[in-house]
Every structure is written in structure tokens, then in C-alpha cells.
Design a protein around this ligand. Sequence first.
Ligand code: MSP
Length: 481
Amino acid sequence: MKKFYITTPIYYVNARPHLGHAYTTIAADVLARYYRVQGWKVFFLTGTDEHGGKIEKAAQKVGKSPQQFCDENSERFKKVWEELNISYDNFIRTTDPSHIKAVKKALEILYKRNFIYKGIYKGLYCPGCEQYKTESDLKDGKCPDHQIKPELIEEESYLFRLSRFENILKEKIRTDELKIEPEQRKNEVLKFLSQGLKDISISRQRVRWGIRLPFDQRLTAYVWVDAFLNYLTGIGWEGDPKNIPEFWPPDVQLMSKDIIRVHATIWPGLLLALEIPLPKRLFVHGYFTIEGQKMSKSLGNVIWPEEMIGKFGVDGTRYLLLSSCPFGQDGDISWQKLIKKYNADLPKGLGNLVSRILALAEKINTNSYLREKNLSLQQIQNVNLRKEVENTWQNYKRSFQKLKLNESLVWIWNLISFCDRLIQKERPWEELNKHQSIICDLLRVLKNIAEMLQVFLPESSERILDQIKGRKREKPLFPKL
Ligand code: MSP
């Protein structure tokens, strides 16, 4: 049986989940559902990144212990994912004792294999990114993502010999053995690698909230090293490079452009040093801005998933996020744009087609000759309509292979428009008896549409299928706003 292992980044628990986190997680959910429907063995991993100075400070600020703070905030992620119908197989927390144990083991191995050595590390550190920055990363001396001036840190440190893997990484990325998509992101990573890879500090002297280094208890592990290993511990790895869980390696790792560089360097570097196979595909989706601006609490323009669910429902939110921009490209959204798209595509588009077809089916006695097994694609009598549905399936599947999730949706909505036009042209309500065959065909197409939508809009798809079975209209699937 084919397997499919997909991951999202593990999100920092210093803030509650926002629309950006929801976007990645919904996309991963759609892919996981898609491969489950194909009959593959699927593992979908998400979770929270809970160590490091940033979390330590955020907890302090609200007067909570870091553990209590993490417990509360990771629960918020879980709750929103539940509301959004996210079908993850495991939700990993980096404070899980089994994760901590495995990370310590891995660090011990890297130390024994001489991939970690003691030295002095000096660099410009952005606490927002929890990353060292180079001068060229900064804009007007500040981190462009966090608008803070990085601190110059010089401390005794343990370093990881990342520089050893510069050439091998270049080669694996260039040849797509480690595939980075879209192409633009791959080229950016290759350009970065061409400037040379330096060894990196993997320990922290000042951060107490982290995993203690097994070979020097005074220091904690760099949060990114701890975090990366979640992709292994989340499927049950216990820290032994010779004992790798069956789902390994990841087939797709989703993320946005903010963290591709570390995922294309430190992450595979750690794996190479541990002699563990690399992930197959790193896919970088776009970044959302709100009316042209970075989403930020201080600007007060953050859109929270709960707000979207309140307005558009769970499936409305899932649809709007995935269809707002081509998967892999940046997108800009606003409440106004979202409402407009919602009305056009859901109540007026899909919802309207469902009620039109069911209203027609109610009027004729379809039950007598349209049993369940007769609702398949092959039973569609109208040749043009059948071809259209077959083409849609093909394009839908092709788009999934390329991870062009928004394109799969476009193909479904093209089919919806095609049916609308056909109904408009045939006007079956004028002479119902003469049009029995086309009405049955339309029911069959609707069943196919619901099947395609199953992975995107699980609840609505089920409701449509139930209505087709009962040949009965319920209240509208999507209220107009
Ligand atoms: N904890 C690290 C990841 C460690 S993975 C080993 C981290 N966390 S994060 O909370 O900042 O999440 C970053 C990720 O959230 C992005 O890569 C992306 O998947 C998602 N997004 C956050 N903001 C986003 C937008 N504005 N737009 C789209 N996705 C965004 O980095």
C-alpha cells in the first residue's frame, strides 16, 4: 500500500492561531484527506513549538510558568483545528517527554560523532525569529519581519558542523533529490547556499526554557534543533537513527517562505549527520497580507480563524482560504474581498446549483429508475456533460499531483458554471417529463461534484450526498451575506 506522510510547521505558542497558521493546516488537511480517499496509508502531523526565549518571555509577561502558558496556548491551537475539521493523526508538542528524550539521544549521537564541538559564537540575533541574522538580511539595521534591531551576542557555545554539508545539499537540491517548490524558492535557497554555509550555534546560555544538552547541562538546545526533530518524534521516533518509523521520510512538508531557508539547510544537515534519509518535497506556499500589510497584532489587522468561522462557517472558511490565491504564491485578502468571493462562489454558485437540481429532482419521480448505483459517472447519458465531468476529474487529480490546490477548486467551479449554463439552456422546468433524463444526469453530476469537494468541504459534501440520497432539499448550505 502506498504511504503519504505530510507535515505542517509546528507553530509557536506565544500567540494564538491566526489565519496564516490556519491556511497551512487546512492545506495539509486537504492533502491528507485526498490521499486517504485514494486508499493510501496517510500520516498527517502538526503541533506546537514550545521552547525558547521567546516563549519564556511571553509567559513571564503574563505571569505564568512557561509550562502552564504552553499548555493553555497549545490547547487553543487544538481547539481551532477541531473546529476547522482538521484530521491530523498526531499533534506533537515539543514539551512532550517522549520528544525531549529522543532529542537528547539525537544530540548525544551528534556529539559523539563529532558533528558538535565547543567554540565561541558571535552574531546578530533576532529574538523574534529565534535566528542569527547576517547584515544582508537586515533592512535599515532591523529584522524586516519583526522590526527589531538584532542583538550582538557573543557566547560560549556548541556548534554544529553544518558547513560540511554545503556541497551535498547544493547537489541534492539542484537535482531535486530534495525537491523545493515552487522553482523560485528553490533558486533562492541555491543562491543562499552559493554564499557558503557556516557552522551554527546549537546551544543557548541565557535561555532556560529548553532541552538541556546531555553533554553540558548548563546549556539548553537551540530551539530550532529541538523543533526540527518533531518531524521524526511525531511519528514515534525514539532517537535511534537505526530505528526509523515506517512513515519516514515525509512526502510533503508544507511551510511558508519565512522558514524555508532553515528547512533547506539546518534540517537536512541534521538528518545527514544522523544518517537518516531526507524529506522528499518541501513545498512553500504563499504569505497572506491584509490589505497590503503584514498581519500583525500591533497594526490591529489580524484576522482570527474563529472570526472567519463565525461569519462564513467552517467550510466557508476552508474554501475561502484555499481559493484566495494560487497555492505557492502570496495573496492579499480583506474582509470585503472575502465576503464578495463567499457570496459569489458559495450561496450563489455551489449552493444555488444544489438547490436547483434538487428542486427539479423533487418534481419528477426519479426514485423509480434512479437507484444509488445508477448515480455514477458512467451512467451520465448526455455525452457532452459526461465528457465535461471526466475532464474535470482528470484536471482535478492533475492539480493535486502538482499541489495546486486552488486549481482543483477552479476546475470544480468551472463544472458548476457548466451545469448552470446547461440548465439555463435546456430550461427543464418547462417540460419536466421530456427532461427526465437530463435531470437524472444533473443529479449524477452533483454527486461527482460532492465527491470532489469531500476533501475540501467535508461537512457540506456529506450534506449534499445526503440530500441526493433523500432527493430532498434542506435549508441552504450557505446563507447569503
Ligand atoms: N515554530 C516555527 C516552525 C518550526 S517547524 C520545525 C515557526 N512557527 S510560526 O508560528 O511562526 O509559524 C510559521 C508558519 O505559519 C509559516 O511558515 C506558515 O506555514 C504559517 N504562517 C504564518 N503566517 C502566515 C501568513 N501571514 N501567511 C501564510 N502563512 C503563514 O516558524
